[in-house]
Every structure is written in C-alpha cells, then in structure tokens.
Design a protein around this ligand. Structure first.
Ligand SMILES: *[C@@H]1O[C@H](CO)[C@@H](O)[C@H](O)[C@H]1NC(C)=O
Ligand SMILES: *[C@@H]1O[C@H](CO)[C@@H](O)[C@H](O)[C@H]1NC(C)=O
Ligand SMILES: *[C@@H]1O[C@H](CO)[C@@H](O)[C@H](O)[C@H]1NC(C)=O
Length: 524
C-alpha cells in the first residue's frame, strides 16, 4: 500500500519513542531519502544507506561477514554498494521488537515492520525473512537468524488465530508499542469484524495465508527443526488457514441460484477503484465448482477484478504441499488426517489451476490461438490477461517452485508478460522496462519485477540488461524503491521498502552460484 503523509509522520513518532538509542538515531524514513557519504566509487556514486551500527535493529555477524566477503564476488563498486545497502535492510531497520509471549516465556516473538509503515504484513514479513534463507542454520541462540524466523512464525500464528482474513497487524501487546493509527482503514466496513488494536488493515489476500506456510516451510527445510512446530500454536494456525481457504472456495450463487452469504466482504470510502470491492463489498461473482480459492485483494493490496487470482492459488498449492512434510514429522503431535487433507487440497488446486487458469488467447496476426496462464479468472470464462509486479505473480511461478521455468505454458505466458503489446501493465521507457501495476499506476515500473525477471531467467544478456537498469535507477540513493517512473528515475515511490531491498540481495546471492561471471563484470 502507499503510505500517506500522516502514516509516515506517525511511524516517525513511534519509532523515535521506542528505539532504545532514540535520541541520536535518525528516523529511517528521512535517512533513506537523503544521500550519505562515502559514495560508491563508480559512475552512479551511490549513497551509503545503512544506519550507523548503534542504530541498527538487529546485529548478525554472519550477515556482516557475508556482506564483506561479497566485495570479492561483486567486481563493480556500485553493484557492491547496492548489495551492501539492501541485503541487511530488514535487520538494520525493520526488526521493531523481539521478545517472548506473556503466557509462555519460551515462545519467541518477532515484530517485523514493512519499512515506512509501522505494521507487520504477513506477506512482507515472510518475504523479509526469506532473503536470509541462504544463511539460515539450525540455532537455538536468541541472537540468531533462526530465532528471528521462529519469532515471526509464532507471531504470524497468533495473528492468523486472531483475524485470519486480515493482511496487516499491530505490535503484540507484550511489546508495549502502542497500536498505529490507520486513517485509511478507519471507515472500512469489513465482515468479519476485527479489533483495530490488533489489526492494522483487513484486506483478505490468499497469499497472506500462503505466506505463513511459506515462512514455516523455509524454516523447516533449512533447519529440520520439526519439534519447534509442535511446541506452540502452529498446528492450530494451519487449521485456521485451511478453514479460511475452504470458506473462500464458496461460490457466489447456490445450486438453486440464490445468492450465498460470503464469509468476507469489504467496503472502503475511497476515490480509488482498487481500494474497495464491487457489489457492495462482495466482489465480482465467481462460478460454482471450480476448486479455486478466492482472493479479495492482490499482493499489491489492490482489489482483484476476478477473485480467482491464479498466482496466489499457485503459491498456496505449492506451500501447502511442502508444509505436509512438517505435519508428517509431527506424527502424533498433529491431528489425524491433517497431512492427507493438505495433500489432497494441494493436488485438487493444481488441477483446478490447470483447468481454469490456462486460457486461450488470440495472438500476433489475429488468427493464431495459444494458451497461457491468466492472472485472474471468474470460472465463467472471464479472464484478466496481465501480470502485476508483486510476488506472487505469474512471472514468479518458477521462483515460487510451482513449475519449471522451461514449462511451455509458462514460457508463452512470460513472453506476453514482458511485452508492452500483451501486458497492459508492462512499462517501457529509456530508464527502466518492467512490470508495474495499478497500485502505483501506469508509467511506474517496479524494480521488484525486474528482480524476479532475473531470478527466472537463464539468459545472460537478459540478466545483465535488467541488472543494469535496476542499478542505474535508484536516484543515487542506493536502495530499491517500490516503483520508478520508466522515463524519469527521479520519480519513484517508497524510500523504505524492506522486502524489495531483501529480494535484491537474495537475487545477487542466487547469481553468485548460478552466474558468478555476471557478478565479475563491470557495470560502468
Ligand atoms: C548492534 O551493535 C551495535 C554496536 O556495534 C550496538 O551499539 C547496537 O546496540 C546493537 N544493536 C542491537 C539491536 O543489539
Ligand atoms: C567469509 O569468508 C571467510 C573466509 O573465507 C569464511 O570463513 C566465512 O565463512 C565467510 N562468511 C560467509 C557468511 O560466507
Ligand atoms: C498467423 O500466424 C501463425 C503463427 O503465428 C501462422 O501459423 C499463420 O499462418 C498466420 N496466419 C496468417 C493469415 O498470416
């Protein structure tokens, strides 16, 4: 979402009040908007954007050593600076509070803010953690990356048990941090209702549910610490996720044609069409018996046009299938039948995505027909042919592990996503060419989509070209912005977007193994 001025000011006040070293630490919302010396010794002269050590919100010697080691791996001084600034950004700036649950002194909690908005998103925090997956190791230490992960998983479980339809949450009471005001959401009418002291915003997004499974699977696959998942509220939270997903499979009409009650409706007083739902909060009708799960909003926090959002269904199917292994490891610690239920739902979802999510399009000269993945469908034959920059996206399908990048339907879909002729939200221009979306609007390309393009490409020329565009469009600030005008890189949104920063670092670490020669290249 786009913070308005009042939210930024509020975040500033709260941060200053809470950080121990508050007096001398600048608010990062302002710090990240100014250039700081020493500049990188290349033609982009990028700012040094990290806060001074005393003002960082988490210290990790592993990350420090990795950042230092990467100076040998990355030859270009500007590219190394961009990595150095971005990769630690969540640890440097967004670990807002860590502690233990009031009712269980063993239960770690980590409150991770998205950056310039003082709230924790399920999606962002799962992704913010994922950037540190390459350095995640089994570790009981309270100052480890593993501890941060456990704290995020525990807090997400609590959030999902509190308000499973919501996307963004307030600090846990144990932190003593007062809940943030969200002027944009104050007049929302949402079913089911929620407590604004606990919830920052309540947009139901299927990928938020998938994010909880994803961060859990990431932790489990790196540590094999199955016991952790039996200790606190994880199993109950998985059951809440499944119950919510099943409820959101309900179609608009019953067999007799009567309109069914929707478990979720959302209305906002707004001038932006993408901030509210059609049909008095219900959204556009969806057909019966598709096997797909609805999503009222996209990962951009914009409303869907058709509620069967295919990338979110892909991510949910994939994360669910991988989470089965955790449940199996729990043995008697998990309810009987839970693993089977998850496995079956995942398989049925994949079938539904193939059946309803792959659609014919007329291409080229108007006579040839080919099949591609739609971004959204309604099950009646309606399809939205586009991609949106946020993850999950169609572009990211191989990155999410849903399919192989060589999959022919994916390859055809990808070619259209990366074409201004076929994707209404592909931005082109002299500065940067990338997928955007309605959230920041036409003209605004999203570097996050450029990063995903690199992560899903094996083509050196494509990777180098896209990397060059990312590197040259930070407006000298050396951070990854949410969106950048494709004709004028001095026009951008969100100076402090920790997830996008982490994703850039994650992509560089991926290239280190996959394409080390590219990192040895000059970008001057
Ligand atoms: C991180 O380390 C610095 C010293 O290098 C210290 O001043 C700061 O308080 C530490 N931050 C945290 C969150 O422990
Ligand atoms: C950095 O390099 C040193 C020396 O080769 C090595 O011992 C250390 O493990 C590396 N750190 C990381 C995080 O890879
Ligand atoms: C249209 O393009 C397809 C391949 O893209 C080709 O097979 C077909 O012959 C073309 N039709 C005409 C009328 O040019």
């Amino acid at each position: 979402m786009k913070p308005d001025g009042s939210q930024i000011i509020l975040a500033t006040a709260l941060l200053a009040a809470d950080l121990g070293t508050s007096q001398s630490c600048p608010d990062y919302s302002s710090h990240s908007k100014a250039r700081h010396e020493p500049f990188s010794p290349g033609k982009h002269a990028l700012s040094y954007a990290r806060p001074i050590p005393a003002c960082r919100t988490f210290n990790s010697s592993t990350i420090e050593s990795l950042v230092a080691n990467m100076s040998d791996v990355i030859a270009d001084p500007d590219l190394h600076r961009l990595f150095e600034n971005t990769y630690p950004n969540t640890l440097d700036t967004a670990i807002r509070w860590r502690g233990f649950a009031a009712n269980n002194p063993e239960e770690e909690l980590t409150f991770v803010i998205t950056g310039d908005i003082d709230a924790m998103w399920l999606r962002d925090s799962a992704n913010q953690m994922q950037s540190y997956l390459p350095v995640l190791e089994p570790d009981d230490g309270v100052d480890s990356i593993a501890s941060l992960y456990r704290g995020v998983i525990n807090l997400q479980a609590r959030y999902l048990l509190t308000a499973p339809y919501c996307n963004s949450f307030q600090p846990p009471v144990e932190s003593g941090i007062p809940p943030a005001d969200n002027p944009g959401a104050n007049k929302d009418t949402v079913v089911p209702g929620y407590d604004p002291a606990k919830v920052f915003e309540c947009k139901y997004e299927l990928d938020s549910l998938a994010a909880f499974l994803r961060v859990s699977v990431d932790y489990y696959e790196a540590t094999h610490d199955a016991a952790f998942f039996g200790r606190f509220q994880w199993v109950s939270a998985v059951q809440a996720v499944l119950a919510t997903a099943r409820a959101m499979m309900r179609p608009t009409y019953g067999e007799d044609g009567a309109v069914l009650d929707s478990p979720y409706t959302f209305e906002r007083q707004t001038t932006r069409a993408t901030e509210t739902l059609a049909n008095d909060g219900l959204g556009s009708p969806v057909a019966r018996d598709t096997g797909l799960i609805r999503s009222a909003f996209r990962p951009s926090d914009d409303s869907t046009i058709f509620q069967f959002l295919i990338p979110a269904n892909m991510m949910f199917a994939q994360s669910l299938a991988e989470a089965v292994f955790i449940v199996q490891e729990l043995g008697e610690g998990a309810p009987q039948g839970l693993a089977d239920e998850m496995r079956t739902l995942s398989r049925q979802l994949r079938e539904a995505i193939t059946r309803f999510g792959i659609v014919p399009v007329v291409s080229g000269n108007g006579t040839a027909v080919e099949t591609v993945y739609a971004y959204e469908v309604d099950g009646y034959g309606g399809a939205v042919l586009m991609d949106d920059a946020n993850v999950p996206s169609l572009l990211a399908a191989p990155f999410m592990g849903y399919l192989a990048a060589t999959d022919p339907v994916y390859q055809r879909t990808r070619a259209r996503i990366l074409s201004a002729k076929a994707n209404p939200y592909f931005m082109t221009g002299p500065q940067i060419n990338a997928v955007g979306g309605p959230h920041a609007g036409p003209g605004m390309a999203w570097p996050m989509a450029s990063i995903v393009r690199i992560l899903t490409s094996d083509d050196d020329e494509e990777i180098v070209g896209v990397l060059r565009e990312i590197l040259s469009t930070t407006d000298g600030l050396g951070l990854i912005h949410e969106s950048v005008n494709s004709f004028d890189a001095s026009r951008w949104t969100r100076q402090w977007f920790s997830w996008a920063n982490g994703l850039f670092g994650q992509m560089i670490l991926d290239l280190r193994f996959r394409k080390p020669h590219i990192l040895q290249q000059s970008f001057q």
